[in-house]
Design a protein around this ligand. Structure first.
Ligand SMILES: [Ca+2]
Ligand SMILES: [Ca+2]
Length: 300
């Protein structure tokens, strides 16, 4: 019974549009119930005692409107509370079942209208409609000549669905996960720094200075070689870079891919060592010259 109650609350919270509509209906109902009486009192054009009666009714109506406002505020607040701060709002990622991909994609192309995600598949569209899903796009875009790798590893099965911002994303994921065409669905976790150490970075007297590198900022990089002199740091908590450099200082024939949020291609330590995609560098702007699915990707 309790689970059912929770489910009802979740459903209620996820339908803010319906809530607003319901509250509006209640408001209109109250208005229609109260105002005619007031009008009839006015029509009677009665002396002062009735004026007090009218004022009482108006006060009563405003009290009710006040209660509705509070209710509306509470419902709105609950919507915010329903969101999990650990997840990106308004988006879930789903993996379509491999044997259903063609059906879903074809349905989406044929049925979706502007701002509305539709596939023509009843169970799928039921969830999309409930959470006002607006679109669904591939997490890993078509990679052109390398698309066969996406196919091989199933990356083409992953889609990101955009739903209404205030929806409880965990519930959205759970419901899409129950759709017969979907293998699994999950929220997107928020990325955050969870650093509890000092907010002031001090220059350590790092042991790394006794090395074969000429990097003038080496002393700032305790992670390469840490003698523990930096407050809060632990000696030896490093990657032993100087010992590795004794073995090798690198080889420009080795191309290193940095999988990260971005890279400063003009950084003084990197700019002369960046690998460059010459097909795009010497290609046509706005055109995927090497056919890898990315336009003008000079650095990747
Ligand atoms: Ca390209
Ligand atoms: Ca290009």
């Amino acid at each position: 019974m309790k689970e059912r109650e929770n489910e009802s609350v979740d459903n209620w919270l996820s339908r803010s549009a319906s809530q607003r509509k319901a509250l509006r209906s209640m408001l209109n109902m109250l208005k229609s119930k109260e105002l005619p009486e007031i009008d009839s009192d006015l029509d009677q054009n009665q002396p002062i005692p009735n004026k007090n009666k009218i004022m009482n009714k108006i006060t009563h109506l405003f009290k009710k409107l006040g209660i509705l406002t509070v209710l509306f505020w509470i419902v709105g607040s609950l919507n915010v509370l329903a969101q999990n701060p650990d997840f990106v709002p308004g988006k879930v990622r789903i993996k379509i079942k491999a044997n259903q991909l063609e059906t879903v994609v074809k349905g989406m192309k044929q049925s979706s209208t502007d701002g509305q995600l539709k596939t023509g598949l009843q169970s799928f569209d039921k969830v999309s409609e409930k959470y006002a899903a607006s679109k669904m796009v591939r997490v890993f875009p078509d990679a052109g000549k390398n698309e066969f790798k996406h196919v091989k590893h199933g990356l083409l099965l992953w889609y990101e669905v955009e739903v209404q911002n205030e929806a409880d994303i965990a519930s959205v994921a759970q419901e899409y996960g129950g759709v017969e065409y979907v293998e699994l669905a999950e929220p997107i976790r928020q990325k955050s720094l969870n650093y509890s150490g000092s907010s002031v970075v001090e220059r350590p007297t790092a042991a790394a200075l006794e090395t074969t590198t000429n990097d003038p900022y080496l002393a700032d990089q305790w992670h390469l070689s840490n003698d523990g002199s930096l407050e809060g740091s632990v000696a030896g908590s490093d990657i032993n870079a100087p010992k590795a450099w004794d073995i090798s200082m690198g080889n420009s024939n080795v191309i290193v891919a940095v999988v990260d949020g971005g890279i400063d291609t003009d950084h003084e330590d990197l700019k002369d060592n960046m690998w460059i995609n010459t097909a795009e560098l010497n290609g046509t702007p706005g055109v995927d010259d090497d056919g890898n699915g990315y336009i003008d990707d000079i650095w990747i």
